[in-house]
Design a binder for this molecule. Structure first.
Ligand SMILES: Cc1cc2nc3c(=O)[nH]c(=O)nc-3n(C[C@H](O)[C@H](O)[C@H](O)COP(=O)(O)OP(=O)(O)OC[C@H]3O[C@@H](n4cnc5c(N)ncnc54)[C@H](O)[C@@H]3O)c2cc1C
Length: 666
């Protein structure tokens, strides 16, 4: 017979959960079995323990029977541990003198034999009774939350999150690695399905960010280090050298006009390489901030990035008394302290060269969708005129959907926006050129508001839809009509035969991928990635903007492909989650943390094992130190410490061993 200290007085409650538990477990029998166990003062079965009367029953019994431990056998602790701990506390006990047994998910729902299930419920209850006798009083600690927020990435997700927070009076640091905010959306001419002008809806938001008194905008900057824990993060931001003093530059662009290079000569990244720019430039007319920058890789005053001072510096002359140009500017590092972080680093598009049969990079008139976004744009390299690389205007255009997507050889996932943006580009290309347009699709995915109607509209406009995955694009004409054209070979799965369709221009609807440096960003912010490489949300349904690190949220395409409406909705949700923490003012910390015992030998083997970087080494005492605020109670250090010198609240040796003995006993 197991011995339990005399002063231990346990109350046990088994819940029917309607029929969820009671249909497979004989609850009254479990209650009468537990009643006879050592230390148990009373044992009850009840229909719904989580109901108000169920909780009141616990509170009443604690007082009436002088209970000092409580066990509830019901559903998963994930659902109701907090409910019962609160009830126990309301009854006057320390909430950690409570233990919960899951006899629903672990028992009634997964068994078909009532007798066996009842026996298992008894074993689990027995284990809990033995364990709870060893529970100690613990305290929930409160940590204050710094109200300032860091938003990383200035695409539409980061912009919307930053403005939402700033408009609510919160101080926001927005860090964007490119010279301007705006992300991919800043490159679009129109947006589906409404075809409203992207710049008209985006630039007012960009200007608001630039002018907002609560937002500190650091473009051309990156986060290089993050330490701390929820409510108290310390972040190091690297501000790259623009060679322009941002405070003095007025964006007049006199320096650009007077650059020693009279004509733009260098690859213009914003125009996807379709246009040219000078060494001193502003990425696009609505760029925010309206500040130029100098590219040291091509500026005459530098050689391979190193200052030579060999140029006549006509730009400096043109800047005059403003003296905004500073060739000696160095990158700067600034440390900030914030309580919460929203990561909104977006996506990159699939590299079309990886699908060799489509001839991107081989045939000049094969374009990616992003390139076409710039071609049809009034502020693009051709001022919106669709002129091919060989100087012709296209009379027939083929748009190939799902390039790199829904394919086990490249990316398995559907990129969600390609069908819709392909149809948008079909409409715009028809409008700009009057060409015959063919869309080659596997199936059309148009599930958003007004999306199916947009597809109908395209059909009415006479855009052709050919169902089938394109086999190849070639320039081998087999007939006079194919001569000098690109030929798209496809099995038309509706018509049931292979077709060869000659076109002048091919547009590849490349899918959305995680950013190339997503793994570095994941490590920097202590996040996880899904198998495809996008940042992982804590729960796909119930915590879609939370990460596994408290106080760090994700928004937009860095979490997975999505359109602008969904991105904005998610950014708003991330801002709201951050505000919950800020307005509460503190976070409560579960006391199930690990702690170092005095006999630690200082071997440091636990340090690299901690997934939350919660363990440091104290050089003075030569012992490991665990930061309670960072520790998530995963137990890795406890189980791996070679000298058994780390213990963990709520998982002390005697608690765990008594529980095991309880399960195994008869
Ligand atoms: C060709 C094409 C056409 C599209 N057309 C439409 C359309 O018409 N309508 C529609 O609803 N959707 C459209 N989409 C989808 C749309 O682009 C996305 O929904 C939207 O851009 C997502 O915004 P985001 O802020 O999450 O990401 P992004 O736009 O990618 O912005 C991310 C930002 O974060 C910055 N960043 C990245 N890493 C870091 C870092 N480490 N530190 C600091 N900053 C960083 C980037 O420079 C960028 O500015 C289209 C997509 C494509 C590919």
């Amino acid at each position: 017979m197991v011995s339990i200290k005399q002063d231990i007085r346990i109350g046990f409650y088994v819940c029917h959960c309607g029929h969820n538990i009671a249909s497979m477990v004989d609850c009254p029998e479990v209650a009468s079995y537990v009643e006879k166990l050592p230390g148990v003062v009373l044992s009850r079965d009840y229909k719904y323990m989580c109901s108000d009367p169920g909780q009141e029953l616990i509170q009443k019994d604690i007082k009436e029977f002088d209970l000092n431990r409580v066990v509830v056998a019901s559903c998963s602790p994930l659902l109701h541990e907090h409910t019962f701990r609160t009830a126990v506390a309301a009854g006057g006990l320390n909430p950690f003198f409570f233990h919960m047994v899951n006899i629903r998910e672990h028992d009634s729902w997964v068994h078909t034999d009532r007798k066996e299930a009842t026996a298992k419920a008894k074993a689990l209850a027995r284990a809990a009774i033995r364990r709870v006798a060893h529970h100690k009083a613990l305290e929930v600690k409160q940590v204050p939350v710094n109200p300032d927020v860091l938003v990383v990435g200035g695409g539409i997700a980061g912009i919307h999150a930053a403005l939402t927070l700033a408009n609510a009076g919160k101080k926001v640091y927005l860090v964007e690695r490119e010279p301007s905010i705006g992300g991919h959306m800043a490159k679009f001419d129109k947006t589906f399905p409404t075809l409203d002008c992207a710049a008209c809806i985006l630039t007012p938001k960009m200007s608001s960010v630039g002018a907002h008194e609560n937002i500190t905008l650091w473009s051309y900057s990156e986060v290089v280090k993050m330490d701390g824990y929820v409510g108290n993060y310390t972040v190091m931001v690297k501000r790259k050298a623009r060679f322009i003093n941002e405070d003095l530059c007025t964006g007049c662009q006199e320096c650009v006009a007077n650059c020693i290079y009279k004509e733009p000569k260098f690859t213009d990244e914003f125009n996807e390489g379709l246009g040219k720019r000078k060494p001193v430039y502003i990425p696009f007319p609505q760029a925010t901030p309206q500040v130029v920058l100098i590219d040291p890789d091509v500026c005459l005053n530098f050689k391979r990035g190193v200052l030579t001072d060999k140029c006549k510096k006509t730009c400096v002359e043109a800047c005059g008394d403003r003296k905004a140009i500073d060739f000696k500017q160095k990158e700067q590092f600034t440390e900030i302290k914030v309580g919460t972080i929203i990561v909104a680093t977006g996506f990159q598009t699939f590299d079309a060269k990886r699908v060799l049969p489509y001839g991107y990079g081989v045939y000049p008139n094969v374009y990616t969708a992003m390139e076409v976004e710039r071609l049809v744009n009034a502020s693009g390299p051709t001022s919106g005129e669709v002129i091919l690389r060989d100087g012709r205007q296209p009379k027939a255009i083929g748009i190939i959907h799902c390039v790199g997507s829904r394919d086990k050889k490249t990316n398995r996932w559907c990129s969600r926006v390609c069908c819709m943006y392909s149809m948008k580009l079909a409409h715009l290309l028809k409008e700009h050129t009057g060409a015959e347009i063919y869309n080659f699709y596997i199936d059309i995915r148009a599930p958003g508001k007004g999306y199916e109607e947009f597809y109908d509209k395209l059909n009415e406009e006479g855009v052709h839809f050919v169902r089938g995955r394109v086999g190849e694009v070639t320039d081998w004409g087999m007939t006079p009509e194919e001569e000098g054209k690109l030929v798209i070979r496809v099995e038309d799965t509706l018509a049931g035969f292979v077709r060869r369709i000659p076109v002048d221009m091919v547009v590849l609807a490349t899918g959305l991928e995680p950013q190339a440096d997503a793994q570095d960003v994941r490590r920097l912010f202590n996040m996880s990635c899904g198998t495809e490489g996008f940042f992982l949300e804590r729960h796909p349904k119930l915590a879609p903007v939370n990460t596994f690190t408290d106080g760090i949220f994700i928004a937009g395409c860095c979490q997975g492909p999505r359109d602008i409406p969904d991105t904005v909705a998610q950014a708003g949700a991330a801002a709201a989650e951050a505000m919950v923490l800020i307005d509460k003012g503190h976070v409560e910390q579960e006391p199930n943390t690990a702690y170092v015992l005095p006999d630690c030998c200082g071997c440091k083997s636990c340090l690299p094992l901690c997934p939350y970087t919660a363990i440091t080494f104290d050089e003075a005492t030569k012992k490991a130190v665990i930061n309670e605020a960072l520790c998530k109670g995963c137990g890795t250090c406890v189980s791996s410490c070679p000298s058994g010198s780390i213990a963990q609240n709520l998982f002390e040796d005697e608690e765990v061993f008594s529980e095991i003995e309880g399960v195994l006993a008869d």
